[in-house]
Design a protein around this ligand. Structure first.
Ligand code: COA
Length: 316
């Protein structure tokens, strides 16, 4: 397939029904709604039930994306699921989603872990596999059950994360929602800033301030690189869909890029940080809200554990 024909044909999202508000959290750990809102912008997040797994949320988001794209499960020949919270170490959660949706056996299905940058890594991987001509229609999903990795007694991390899923269908089309390109990066030297150790407590550990500083710098670099590569000026970006970790990080990025905050999609107030699900969730919301119009250029930008980071440009 010609790379200029690889497009986003549709998007979808799914979040669990249960809402956990800051006020409820303040009854669980020593925190306040005011502290969380001021430092992060988060007001509430969704929490999956014990039996609601990453595969279930992923399948629901994927179904919505297929319907939105007008593509059937039988047409899908590639499923890439970005997640750091697979249902189990094996088989890949992508295979469970394949089975759930009825995607044919001829499809390649695998999980990909690039933490919160996972969706952009998956998008770019799918793009390259479609460009090779060996696949026609890809489901690219970001889905997370972050609540399973959170230490609910640690106020410095438990206020930040939430559960959910988002998905996109990629396939051939002409002149609409074209993926112009992506840039991916990793700095393993900073692996210790954000991790889930195997023991003694297998929960998220984070050096918040350092992650914050790196996040702003890395996202700015990723944006400048991709804009330069494609000859696009920052002012030409109609809409930015950033990873939803912290409102202050997004505000800093907007300031560094000289773009008004109104161009940034922000939904972390309702979902918190859903890791690999955050960009597809926000992208789907932006499309439904009419914030993405034909001819617009949208910028996607992420950072996460690794440290990984990346950017992508889509022309609608
Ligand atoms: N409620 C109340 N107080 C809290 C708290 C909470 N939920 N969490 C931490 N604190 C306290 C700390 O204990 C500290 O107290 P001390 O000064 O008495 O030691 C104080 O608040 C300041 O902590 P600090 O970590 O310096 O705050 P901060 O301004 O850096 O904000 C984060 C903390 C986590 C919100 C911020 O660093 C951040 O968002 N970092 C990036 C995290 C991120 O995006 N991670 C995901 C990457 S994909």
């Amino acid at each position: 397939m010609a790379t200029t024909d690889i497009c986003i044909l549709g998007t979808g999202a799914h979040v669990p029904a249960k809402v956990l508000t800051n006020h409820e959290l303040a009854r669980m750990v020593d925190t306040t709604d005011e502290w969380i809102v001021t430092r992060t912008g988060i007001r509430e997040r969704r929490i999956a039930s014990k039996t609601e797994m990453t595969s279930h949320m992923a399948a629901a988001a994927a179904r919505a994306a297929l319907a939105n794209a007008g593509v059937t499960a039988e047409q899908i020949d590639l499923v890439i699921l970005a997640t750091l919270t697979p249902d189990q170490p094996m088989p890949a959660t992508a295979c469970l989603v394949q089975h759930e949706l009825g995607v044919p056996a001829g499809a390649a299905c695998f999980d990909l872990n690039a933490a919160c940058s996972g969706f952009l890594y998956a998008l770019d991987t799918a793009w390259a596999m479609l460009a090779s001509g060996r696949h026609q229609h890809a489901l690219v999903i970001g889905a997370e059950k972050m609540s399973s990795l959170v230490d609910w007694t640690d106020r410095s991390t438990c206020v930040l994360f939430g559960d959910g899923a988002g998905a996109a269908v990629l396939g051939p089309a002409r002149g609409t929602a074209q993926i112009l390109g992506a840039r991916l990066y990793a700095e393993g030297a900073h692996a210790g800033l954000l991790c889930v150790p195997r023991s003694p407590k297998p929960f998220i550990q984070m050096k918040g301030r350092e992650v914050f500083k790196n996040a702003v710098r890395e996202m700015e670099d990723a944006v400048r690189d991709i804009l330069e590569q494609h000859g696009v000026a920052a002012s030409q970006i109609a809409c930015v869909v950033p990873h939803q970790a912290n409102r202050r990080i997004i505000e800093s990025l907007a300031q560094y890029l000289g773009l008004p905050l109104e161009r940034f999609v922000v939904n972390l107030d309702r979902y918190g940080n859903t890791s690999a699900a955050s960009i597809p969730l926000a992208l789907d919301e932006a499309r439904r809200a009419g914030r993405v119009r034909a001819g617009d250029t949208t910028l996607l930008v992420a950072f996460g554990a690794g440290l990984t980071y990346g950017s992508a440009l889509v022309r609608w």
